[in-house]
Design a protein around this ligand. Structure first.
Ligand code: FIX
Ligand code: ZN
Length: 417
């Protein structure tokens, strides 16, 4: 174990470790091949993603947001490419990311839309998944699995074997946030529930959660929640979380993951590009971690203003795992700030990044950009140690990097609370 004593060697080692350590992507919206059309991939899907639709909408004056959203995908893709990649340089994070993905996936010329399209569309679904996992250096991903999705649930019910690189997360937003429209769906699925949260309804919701978490082999249960989320509270979500989610998670020893701070469809005509970020009150998280010390919770927050508080809560709660730089935070300047702050306050006891990729190819750029930022932060932090004659070894840097890219999460999953 040779000690590293100079900055040049340090930089070389950190670059090597951060790039060569496979990442466990704790939150994505990707699907394995078994889910058929739910697998989204390729250039048209990439450039019409809601991040890009939001950006192109800003620079259009000849087409309304509603008409943009309704446009057939190939035309929409042409328009986005023309406005954001030809009429302007792709220097925003998502346009830059598209270029990174095309380049790293080996398209002959990233400026030539048609050739990029042809290049990726030649790949079979399996080849495409293998290529992206290799280029992004990802060992496995956690999907987002909605038991109420009519395209998805039959796959689970069929008992098909799922590619083991794709792990499940039981997503329960619908139930927590839209109970009046969800309970009839549960009833149709054979659960004896009613709108009023009677004792029997809570028993049946508990049965539903347990059965589906087991059916999926869920790594965790998850919900993205609005800024109005409070606990304890007379609201339906508070009752369902305390009475059903928490007990099932405890029984199965899986975390409940909260993604807090989204206001959905503030601009409905833009559909998923119309969601907004709002600062939230994290007392709900403190309450859950304190009240249920034997349960595990995960947290990521959407507002930059909540990041510091989230880390401070996490310092005190070993049953809380903070992860990733979610959505509007997934920009280099904010990733750097959040990751630096977390390392300074939590050491390596968090998960630095998740891709949130919904289009397979997105994973390539999101993780590549994040790794570049982590390299600079780690070079600085180990550099300070060298200044004080604490010389890190290559093995130690590899160990710490592994923790930040998924091993700490694996430890958290196994930990006894
Ligand atoms: O709720 C979520 O999981 C969000 O990440 C998504 O709804 C959002 O569309 C997204 O993909 C952001 O990156
Ligand atoms: Zn997500």
């Amino acid at each position: 174990m040779s000690e590293i004593k100079d900055r040049a060697t340090l930089r070389k080692v950190v670059i090597d470790k951060v790039n060569s350590t496979p990442l466990f992507d704790v939150h994505t919206h990707l699907f394995s091949e078994e889910f058929g059309d739910l697998v989204l991939r390729g250039v048209d899907a990439l450039v019409t993603y809601h991040y890009l639709r939001a950006e192109v909408n800003r620079v259009l004056d000849y087409i309304s947001p509603r008409d943009l959203t309704r446009m057939p995908r190939p035309e929409q893709a042409q328009l986005v490419w023309h406005e954001l990649f030809e009429n302007r340089s792709p220097i925003s994070e998502v346009t830059r990311g598209t270029v990174t993905a095309l380049n790293r996936l080996g398209v002959p010329n990233p400026r030539d839309y048609q050739s990029a399209r042809d290049h990726l569309s030649k790949l079979s679904c399996r080849e495409h998944i293998d290529l992206v996992f290799k280029v992004a250096n990802v060992s496995a991903v956690v999907m987002t699995n909605d038991p109420f999705d009519l395209a998805e649930s039959p796959v689970w019910l069929s008992g098909k074997k799922i590619d083991p690189r794709f792990r499940a997360a039981l997503r329960i937003d619908e139930m927590l946030v839209n109970w009046p429209t969800t309970w009839p769906l549960l009833k149709n699925m054979g659960y004896d529930v009613e709108q009023h949260l009677t004792g029997n309804t809570l028993v049946e919701v508990t049965r539903f959660l347990e059965e589906w978490a087991q059916r999926m082999g869920a790594v965790y249960m998850a919900a993205s929640l609005p800024d109005s989320f409070r606990m304890p509270d007379p609201a339906v979500w508070s009752i369902l979380i305390s009475e059903c989610v928490v007990p099932v998670c405890r029984k199965l020893d899986i975390p409940f993951s909260m993604m807090i701070g989204v206001r959905r469809r503030v601009f409905p005509e833009l559909v998923d590009a119309g969601d907004a970020v709002k600062r939230c009150d994290l007392d709900a998280v403190t309450y859950l971690c304190r009240t249920y010390p034997h349960n595990k919770f995960m947290l990521t927050v959407l507002s930059r203003e909540n990041q510091h508080e989230a880390v401070a809560i996490s310092r005190k709660c070993r049953n809380l795992h903070v992860f990733g730089c979610w959505w509007f935070n997934n920009n280099p300047s904010i990733i750097e700030e959040i990751t630096r702050e977390r390392i300074e306050m939590l050491g390596t006891s968090f998960t630095a990044f998740h891709s949130d990729a919904r289009i397979l190819d997105q994973m390539v750029y999101k993780l590549h950009h994040s790794r570049r930022i982590l390299i600079e932060i780690l070079v600085e932090k180990y550099g300070y140690l060298i200044d004080e004659r604490w010389f890190p070894t290559e093995e130690e840097i590899g160990r710490d990097t592994g923790m930040l890219l998924g091993e700490e999460f694996q430890r958290f999953l196994k930990a006894r609370m």
